[in-house]
Design a protein around this ligand. Structure first.
Ligand SMILES: [Ca+2]
Length: 377
């Protein structure tokens, strides 16, 4: 059985990376939205950059997969300010996978798999823009049954709570059924308050608080490997790139007004399609967008809604890519419906992540090493 998973991509088949030659739309297709003219400006190179976050004083903090964090400034990428490389490995899909600051830059968080493969979120206090190593504490851990589908992205929402993406635990086809189970943190987006208690508090308005059969940390579920997610800094809407099993890559969306509890369908559904004879759950929230693997790639990399100033034509568009294809693509999403899509005719290589700088401009991380900013052409 050939099961294509994210590990097959990360571990390294050589993917054909090249811009697809999308021809002009034929007369009976809807007009493509106006596409911004952009260029990718390589601002630094790193060792397998995998995640990043806007930091204090207009810095961008870059996580390298083997376990180091380095700070990008106008002078380039500095020496590591954190090194946990002795505490993680890059076997399979493991490593340092996510970083985040809280909304007032008082704390910094790292998301990584430890030497046992356990997903781990640690916190450091930040003073005067510097990590305070002696304040380190572990916030949350989750054991992993397999080495793939760890998710690992972490972001603070506009509500000040920490959201954590965890994959379904791995192998292929979700053999443990974790995506649809509410008694496990696997296959979920979590929402916790790390400042509210030791090691963390549960926001009282989380959707499953009071349900004895469901974990209180769960915000939404039915996810396979929500590798990268973001909040629209203009609206607060949540966008999730959920990597598909074999056929369908998907973008999930929920509005800022959501009260949580969305069931995104996995592993009953892959995108909008029943998976291996699955039945669509009655409460399935289908993806806002999906694409198959016949041309656009094999592993979606969720991005951001652009809210910067440098590229007015890009304002309000969601930018994403695919690890196996690298073309930067756009979606125009209005009230939960895609009303336009296009591509920016630039290629970021093995696009593993996007980072939103404090000024709203976007950076593209290529796992091969490139850190590029999306600029106006
Ligand atoms: Ca889904």
């Amino acid at each position: 059985m050939k099961v294509r998973t994210r590990s097959s991509a990360i571990l390294g088949t050589i993917c054909l990376v090249g811009s697809l030659a999308l021809g002009p739309a034929s007369a009976d297709e809807p007009a493509a939205p106006k596409q911004a003219a952009v260029a990718l400006t390589e601002v630094a190179t790193a060792q397998n950059p995998v995640a990043g976050a806007a930091g204090p004083d207009d810095t961008v903090w870059i996580a390298e997969r083997a376990g180091t964090v380095r700070v990008l400034t106008g002078q380039g990428l500095g020496e590591p300010v954190l090194d946990i490389s002795a505490e993680t490995t890059t076997d399979g899909e493991r490593g340092l996978l996510g970083v985040a600051f809280d909304n007032d830059f008082a704390h910094f968080y790292v998301s990584y798999t430890n030497l046992e493969g356990t997903s781990t979120i640690d916190e450091f206090a930040v003073q005067d823009g510097a990590l305070q190593p002696d304040t380190r504490r572990t916030v949350l851990t989750q054991t992993q049954p397999y080495e793939n589908h760890n998710g690992g992205d972490i972001k603070f929402g506009p509500d000040g709570y920490l959201y954590i993406a965890l994959g379904d635990g791995g192998a292929g086809g979700d053999p443990q059924g974790n995506g649809q189970k509410l008694d496990t943190l696997l296959g979920k987006i979590l929402r916790i308050d790390p400042a509210g208690a030791e090691p963390y508090a549960i926001p009282s308005d989380n959707p499953f608080v009071g349900d004895p059969n469901a974990k209180d940390e769960i915000w939404s579920y039915g996810l396979r490997n929500p590798w990268r997610f973001s909040f629209d800094s203009g609206t607060g809407d949540l966008l999730i790139g959920d990597v598909g099993q074999s056929d369908w890559e998907e973008i999930d969306w929920s509005p800022a007004s959501s009260e949580g509890g969305e069931n995104y369908g996995w592993a009953s559904m892959e995108g909008t399609h029943p998976f291996r004879g699955g039945t669509e759950p009655a409460n399935h929230v289908p993806p806002v967008f999906e694409y198959d693997r016949n041309g656009l790639g094999c592993s979606v990399t969720g991005g951001y809604v652009y809210r910067g100033d440098a590229i007015p034509d890009l304002q309000g568009q969601y930018i994403y890519s695919d690890y196996c294809d690298g073309t930067l693509r756009t979606l125009k999403i209005e009230n939960g419906t895609v009303t336009g899509q296009g591509d920016l005719a630039v290629n970021g290589g093995e696009v593993i992540s996007f980072v939103q700088g404090g000024d709203g401009e976007l950076y593209v991380l290529g796992l091969g090493g490139s850190i590029s900013r999306i600029d106006a052409a």
